[in-house]
Design a protein around this ligand. Structure first.
Ligand code: MG
Length: 391
């Protein structure tokens, strides 16, 4: 029984959430109401059966086949790479230079698996060194054997901002979840590029990185392009798209299962509130929605459905022709109410209370200061005793 009550309560909530005015209305920073049924739904994406495999909207850059190696990757000049295709992996070759994806990405979600050599030789930055670059080599997430990095015993000393999981030269990983050399390590990276207005950087870029499923970079705001020995800053706008690259640092590091998803810039969405909202964009979106909704209303009619619909329209935009249409429809409905006797009002109680709920949302959000229709309905409620609780 409890389950049934819960289910019906949820259904009622769902129904009311999708029917006209309900949550707080759009405002100067928000183009959409809370729980707005007109707000576009996200595009459907089919996830892979297994975590770590590409979802339906991913660009598969390397799937372990010679074909994807040959077709999707080049050297830094766009020519055939000298990296090797070995047993379903891509292997870094000394002096071959970085391997670069043909496809160019801006903001991106990137999945990469990499493997430091089973026999790692060398010391510090010489052990299984490579790197995952985004935006055409601009920003590096370090690839390195960091399994036994321990500056104290000097077995494999390394600087913290050069370990696996580091934003190279800028920020060490939060923790060190690396596996032994020879085992596969998994990167899931989200990169947002910096945003410029003219020559001024208004939002720094950021890197969020999971290494073997563990968060190691928590929305790190990149100070500038990553560099060896040098600090950089966002001093000028740079290319907004570039290749994914893996670094040739002279060690035979392997890569597999590489896929990426193009992401929209977080800063392109200026109509959904927060400090990113731009009031003129919000106003334009609200007007466009009001126009779309008004076109669906038969303004020659003035029933409760038309009233609820036009009140929703003015919640988006109070300019003309919306206000004029609202006055006409609501005026017609008001005249109908005035002409109804007590029995007719009682019969129409459900729809009248529905209109009142719409009026209440507008009043609560101060969209309408004085509403003759709301006043009339409140008068009816009192006169008919609808406000009295049943015993
Ligand atoms: Mg490197």
């Amino acid at each position: 029984m409890k389950k049934l009550i819960f289910a019906s309560a949820m259904a009622a909530v769902a129904a009311s959430a999708y029917a006209g005015l309900y949550g707080d209305t759009p405002d100067a920073k928000h183009a959409w109401a809370v729980h707005d049924h007109n707000r576009p739904n996200p595009v459907k994406v089919t996830p892979a059966d297994q975590i770590g495999q590409p979802p339906s909207d991913a660009v598969v850059l390397f799937d372990g086949t010679q074909k994807s190696f040959d077709e999707n990757w080049t050297d830094a000049r766009g020519n055939k790479t000298k990296w090797k295709f070995v047993n379903g992996t891509m292997e870094s070759v000394r002096s071959a230079g970085n391997i670069c994806s043909r496809e160019q990405f801006g903001d991106v979600q990137l999945h990469v698996e990499w493997q430091a050599p089973v026999k790692v030789s060398g010391f510090g930055q010489g052990r299984g060194n490579s790197g995952v670059f985004v935006l055409g080599g601009m920003y590096e997430v370090q690839v390195l054997d960091s399994y036994e990095t321990n500056p104290a015993d000097m077995k494999n000393p390394n600087y913290a901002d050069g370990q696996a999981g580091a934003v190279y030269g800028q920020n060490p990983p939060l923790v060190n979840p690396t596996r032994k050399p020879g085992e596969w390590q998994v990167y899931d990276i989200v990169f947002h590029q910096p945003v410029f207005e003219g020559n001024t950087c208004v939002h720094p870029g950021s890197l969020t990185v999971f290494l073997n499923g563990v968060l190691v970079q928590d929305h790190w705001e990149v100070e500038g392009p990553t560099w060896h020995m040098r600090r950089t800053r966002q001093d000028k706008p740079r290319a907004t798209k570039g290749s994914i690259q893996f670094q040739d640092h002279g060690n035979p590091v392997h890569f597999r299962n590489v896929w990426a998803r193009h992401l929209p810039s977080r800063y392109a969405n200026t109509t959904h509130g927060t400090y990113l909202a731009k009031e003129q964009d919000v106003a334009a979106q609200r007007k466009a929605t009001a126009e779309k909704l008004l076109a669906k209303i038969d303004t020659s009619k003035c029933g409760a459905n038309e009233v609820n619909a036009i009140l929703e329209v003015v919640s988006y935009c109070k300019g003309e022709p919306f206000c004029g249409a609202c006055k006409k429809i609501c005026g017609g409905y008001l005249a109908k109410l005035n002409a109804m006797d007590g029995a007719a009002l009682d019969q129409a109680k459900g729809e009248i209370m529905g209109v009142k709920r719409s009026c209440d949302v507008l009043a609560r959000n101060k969209v309408v200061e004085k509403c003759p229709l709301k006043a009339k309905i409140e008068e009816i409620i009192k006169a008919r005793g609808w406000d009295k609780k049943r015993r």
